[in-house]
Design a protein around this ligand. Structure first.
Ligand code: SF4
Length: 230
């Protein structure tokens, strides 16, 4: 079984990333949704000379603005993105049976859509990896308050899961993004603070959690898509 290394409380994102990748002892990739967090991690790894793969899940329901960030990253870092798509027969079955917006009818139906469009492709993306990197931050929502910098992902064969930005605040992230002039999804300037699939994401009101705009019709404790169940 892989040992989890100890992370110092003041460890930088680059140190967490490097320590986690060394502990994984094998290939590690960033699960990239082209959020401000993921773009910052790509830049941090680039600056520190840390090698990792980058994969993305194209659910078929992403915003155009998200693809623009992907394109900008490829241009800026000359990097490769491994795209994963849902199984077309599963999507066809879902949409023929339940329509295009079934995810708003119940939590079960929302989970069914996320399972087809996100969780199953994630499983394929993680095959052969010893670890994966996420842009999760502790302050984002109640579902992320007990995050650790490096943990074992027991739901995905016990591989290492690295959360290098766990202690960053939104202000830290914005400051880094502006200082480095990183590519930013244009939806942030319209009031979005966490961007997922287009029909399941909206802008956030003052005082709300960053992820309050995700599946806004659900209770806060349900606001995960199955990628980060712990
Ligand atoms: S976020 Fe919405 S559209 Fe995207 S996979 Fe989940 S339920 Fe489906």
């Amino acid at each position: 079984m892989t040992n989890i290394p100890t992370i110092q409380p003041d460890a930088t994102p680059a140190e967490i990333l490097r320590t986690g990748i060394e502990a994984a002892k094998g290939p590690v990739s960033l699960a990239c949704s082209f959020s401000m967090e993921d773009v910052a991690i790509i830049d941090i790894a680039h600056e520190a000379g840390i090698t990792m793969g980058v994969f993305a899940l194209d659910t078929g329901r992403l915003n155009e603005e998200t693809y623009e960030v992907a394109d900008a990253l490829v241009e800026r870092y000359r990097m490769k993105i491994d795209w994963y798509f849902p199984r077309h027969d599963d999507v066809e079955r879902l949409e023929r049976a339940d329509g295009l917006f079934s995810f708003r009818e119940s939590l079960d139906k929302r989970h069914a859509c996320c399972a087809i469009r996100k969780v199953e492709p994630l499983g394929r993306a993680l095959q052969g990896l010893s670890g994966w990197v996420t842009g999760m931050r502790r302050e984002q929502s109640v579902t992320r308050s007990d995050l650790r910098g490096i943990e074992l992902d027991h739901l995905n064969n016990g591989i290492i899961k690295i959360n290098p930005l766990l202690e960053w605040t939104e202000q830290d992230l914005i400051a880094y993004t502006e200082e480095k002039r990183l590519p930013v999804n244009r939806l942030y300037s319209q009031g979005y603070r966490s961007i997922g699939c287009a029909p399941c994401t909206r802008t956030v009101k003052p005082g709300e959690d960053a992820r309050a705009g995700r599946w806004w019709w659900e209770n806060p404790e349900h606001k995960e898509c199955g990628l980060h169940r712990r």
